[in-house]
Design a protein around this ligand. Structure first.
Ligand code: CA
Length: 221
């Protein structure tokens, strides 16, 4: 799952980005409103963490603009303590949740997980497909209760697929959601990662839908 973090406090930006990356998310960063607007328009995000006080374009304006443009990714806003009106305006502008600064990074991560879960229609922090389970709290996959050893790209790819179980996902879509903005992309490598995943879980879990992409599905017994 790919996340954009928008924050002009460089130290906080790095801290949040690092924590998200450590949890297996693909993370892009922007430190002003203009850059954030550009990235959100050209890239594909599953969630945006948005500070409200930003140079160039402030967070609220940005959020209203995104919603006007039909960008519907969940947005978690960062607000300053004591500014209840910011929270209200933020939620009214289309934010899905907020965290008050200063916050504990674990709280932010929990809210990110909850928003992503809600966006894919889940009520539990466990995502499953047959005997394959993703525990989003631990960022760990299990197959028949055994922890799977996955590389970061394999993890990102399988995590995206399990958030979209039984849906056909194109190579382009997978490429857009497993690489950060500054990483070189090659949609052929998707096939390589799929090949490796099919050696780690029964290959019938990942179906090739000819000409369209891949689908994670529970194999028939
Ligand atoms: Ca700020």
């Amino acid at each position: 799952m790919r996340v954009l973090v928008v924050e002009d406090d460089q130290q906080l930006l790095q801290q949040v980005a690092e924590a998200l990356t450590n949890q297996g998310y693909v993370t892009d960063t922007a430190s002003d409103g203009e850059q954030a607007h550009y990235l959100a328009t050209v890239e594909s995000y599953d969630l945006v963490v948005l500070d409200l006080g930003l140079p160039h374009i402030d967070g609220l304006t940005l959020l209203r603009r995104w919603r006007d443009e039909g960008l519907s990714f969940p947005v978690l806003i960062l607000t300053a303590r004591g500014t209840w009106h910011e929270k209200v305006s933020g939620m009214d502008a289309g934010a899905d949740d907020y965290v008050t600064k200063p916050f504990h990074i674990q709280e932010l991560l929990a809210r990110v997980r909850a928003l992503l879960r809600r966006a894919s229609g889940h009520s539990s922090s466990l995502f499953s497909c047959g005997d394959l389970v993703l525990d989003t709290r631990q960022s760990q996959f299990f197959y028949q209760e055994q922890a799977l050893a996955l590389t970061s790209h394999e993890f990102r790819l399988l995590a995206y697929l399990i958030h979209h179980v039984d849906q056909v996902i194109s190579r382009t879509q997978l490429t857009e959601h497993i690489y950060a903005q500054d990483q070189e992309r090659d949609s052929n490598t998707i096939d390589v990662f799929i090949g490796r995943l099919r050696k780690k879980i029964p290959s019938a879990y990942i179906q090739t839908v000819r000409g369209l992409g891949y689908k994670l599905t529970q194999p028939h017994a």
